[in-house]
Design a protein around this ligand. Structure first.
Ligand code: AHR
Length: 650
């Protein structure tokens, strides 16, 4: 009797642990194509994402354009004397110069650059140094030294001649040791006067070994996601704290030395994270963003200022009768991206090395704007852009909140205007993401499409310093993303935000990818994004349990697509509970073509788990195989897991 009771109680506990679910994929009932742009990337120059991050330039303030021209620089001398004078020639482009009077017959005089929170040097790697300078008088040689944090030299190169005309010269050095927080000493030797316009140092190993290139490890992480689009350059950076400091794409193209440095709006935005040395050199400008999009197979999605500064800051607007130059910027950008090489802006693109068009199809008007002032300005852009370029899909904003009066107002107006794609943002606690898995189930199918343009679960609260990129947040996002996918007939684009953060110089957390001057890693959130994007499929089909969408019963969430290219049904299942869940998935309407399915699983039983430089893949996908019996795949979902199943079908 005792034994029976024990067996029953064990059985009972087992049933409690292992919920049983039977799901059906109706693979022959296609609801809609999945947009090729479904899962993409949001890039903004926040957290040292561009300068000091993706943009591989290692010299901070390379043209002395920061408010304090010697920021990042330090005078150095050895058995010598000298003087550094900053000149400004005036004008709208880059205009500052450093004039060095050098008295170093038996020693050296010059300056040292600290990089972006130090410079990362890899043992055995080659670095290309370049200087745009001229000699006014005398005879001066140049010697550069890479040094580690203790000041020990780990690489050196010399340049014997500085011409009396402006000249950009390049030399290379190879480092004999690794340094995480090194710096570069630039020594002038001899007696004379030199004027320096720009000092630059790039690793040779940039992405595709381009000069003025990007960090290859960071681009690789992006390319691995196979993103459908790349949104750039933000974010609030598009808006600026005031209109004078808004992002203007025309200032970011053409000769790199002429792009005028500007303060980065994130430098002092958060009192708890001031970064007064955060500026935008625009070495990574619109041409480079277009090229990056092309390199990683993503549709370029530029966002332009719509005549409004950030409404969280000054909220300045340009008067409606002065909006034309802003609209003209948009027209010119389309010409820059797509125009024939005989057009003004198309020619500039060709001169910069890309005669073929970039094939721009999407354009964002304003970032996170709201209220009447936005709708008026958007309407003006919409009218002209639709007349001239009806094929370009415009992205419009409904503000920073996912609901509320301003959100509802903007939606109503944008529908009336026949807007193409509306950009919704949600930064919220993980619970919000579970609660809103069905957010788009009842959205109007005849109205504008949705761009879930910025979202991220916040473990503590919006942009709190203690926010973590932990598994709890990533799993909540995964559950929410099954809801986005289930509504792929109306949601056509989605991207996590922000993208990058420098571990020693960030302002906003959480972020998708963290890096320092030598290393980088994807967060659990990154691996969720990557699993969705690399298993995007081509057509949406339903997955159900007893005829109902799988959206939270027993803490299980699921969506399904067909990949007509590879001939597979793809199922994504989130088990948000702390227990295992046994799931049988039946494929209806088509026949499995093999006896095995591929499984990709991310899980952790500890919701606090994060990835780190030391353990970059603490939470990352594992690949396994599962048996397909007739048309059924029976698997046990791990506790707190995301599982992607790929089933080959006929
Ligand atoms: O992603 C960080 C910021 O959040 C973006 O710049 C802005 O659009 C949003 O408020």
């Amino acid at each position: 009797m005792k034994n029976i009771a024990l067996t029953l109680s064990l059985l009972f506990s087992f049933c409690m642990l292992l919920a049983q679910k039977k799901l059906t994929v109706h693979a022959d009932k296609i609801i809609a194509p999945v947009s090729p742009t479904m899962w993409g990337i949001f890039f903004e120059d926040i957290n040292f994402g561009a300068d000091g991050g993706l943009y591989a330039e290692m010299i901070k303030n390379r043209s002395f354009e920061f408010e304090f021209p010697m920021t990042g620089w330090k005078e150095i001398k050895k058995d010598a004397s000298g003087k550094i004078l900053i000149q400004n020639t005036g004008g709208t482009r880059s205009t500052r110069y450093a004039q060095l009077t050098v008295n170093a017959n038996n020693g050296g005089y010059g300056f040292s650059n600290e990089g972006f929170r130090g410079m990362g040097f890899q043992k055995g790697a080659t670095y290309n140094f370049s200087i745009n300078a001229k000699k006014n008088s005398g005879d001066v040689k140049l010697r550069i030294e890479a040094v580690n944090s203790a000041g020990t030299k780990i690489g050196e190169a010399t340049l014997d001649k500085i011409s009396t005309d402006w000249q950009s010269q390049t030399i290379s050095l190879t480092t004999t040791d690794t340094a995480m927080k090194g710096k570069l000493n630039v020594w002038f030797e001899g007696i004379g006067e030199v004027v320096v316009k720009r000092v630059s140092l790039f690793p040779k190993n940039t992405w595709k070994e381009r000069t003025n290139g990007m960090r290859s490890d960071l681009v690789q992480l992006l390319a691995d996601m196979k993103p459908g689009f790349l949104r750039f350059p933000g974010g609030c950076i598009v808006e600026g704290r005031d209109l004078t400091n808004r992002y203007q794409w025309k200032q970011t193209v053409g000769a790199v030395d002429e792009r005028k440095t500007m303060v980065n709006r994130w430098n002092m935005e958060f009192r708890h994270k001031p970064t007064p040395d955060y500026y935008q050199s625009f070495g990574l400008g619109f041409f480079e963003y277009f090229q990056l999009s092309e390199d990683i197979g993503a549709e370029p999605l530029p966002i332009l200022n719509c005549g409004m500064a950030c409404q969280f800051n000054s909220g300045e607007v340009v008067a409606m009768n002065e909006l034309d130059p802003y609209v003209q910027d948009a027209l010119d950008l389309i010409e820059f991206a797509n125009g024939d090489v005989t057009t003004n802006w198309g020619k500039l693109r060709a001169d910069m090395g890309h005669p073929a068009p970039f094939n721009l199809k999407y354009l964002g008007i304003g970032n996170e704007q709201w209220d009447e002032q936005y709708i008026q300005r958007y309407a003006a852009f919409h009218k002209i852009l639709k007349q001239k370029y009806p094929e370009i899909k415009l992205i419009s904003s409904v503000g920073p909140s996912p609901d509320g009066r301003l959100f509802d107002y903007a939606w109503k107006e944008l529908k009336t205007l026949n807007a193409d794609i509306v950009d919704e943002h949600y930064y919220a606690k993980p619970e919000w993401f579970y609660q809103h898995v069905g957010r788009y189930d009842n959205y109007d199918r005849q109205g504008p499409k949705i761009f879930a343009g910025e979202y991220a679960a916040q473990s503590k609260g919006i942009a709190q310093v203690s926010n973590q990129n932990n598994w709890q947040c990533a799993l909540a996002e995964a559950a929410f993303m099954t809801g986005l996918e289930r509504n792929a007939d109306v949601v056509t684009m989605a991207s996590y935000a922000p993208l990058f953060a420098h571990a020693d110089a960030w302002q906003w957390s959480p972020d998708l990818i963290w890096f320092d001057n030598l290393r980088s890693y994807g967060t659990p959130n990154y691996y969720v994004q990557k699993l969705f994007a690399t298993n995007k499929g081509t057509h949406l089909v339903t997955i159900s349990e007893n005829g109902e969408a799988v959206k939270g019963k027993d803490s299980v969430y699921a969506s399904s697509v067909l990949d007509k290219q590879s001939g597979e049904v793809i199922v994504k299942i989130v088990n948000a509970s702390a227990n295992e869940v046994a799931v049988e998935t039946m494929i209806a309407g088509v026949k499995p073509s093999g006896k095995q399915a591929r499984l990709f699983t991310i899980s952790s039983t500890d919701k606090e788990t994060v990835n780190s430089f030391e353990a970059p893949q603490a939470v990352a996908p594992l690949t396994e195989m599962a048996a397909v019996k007739k048309n059924v795949i029976a698997i046990t979902l791990k506790p707190m897991s995301l599982t992607v199943i790929r089933i080959p079908v006929k």
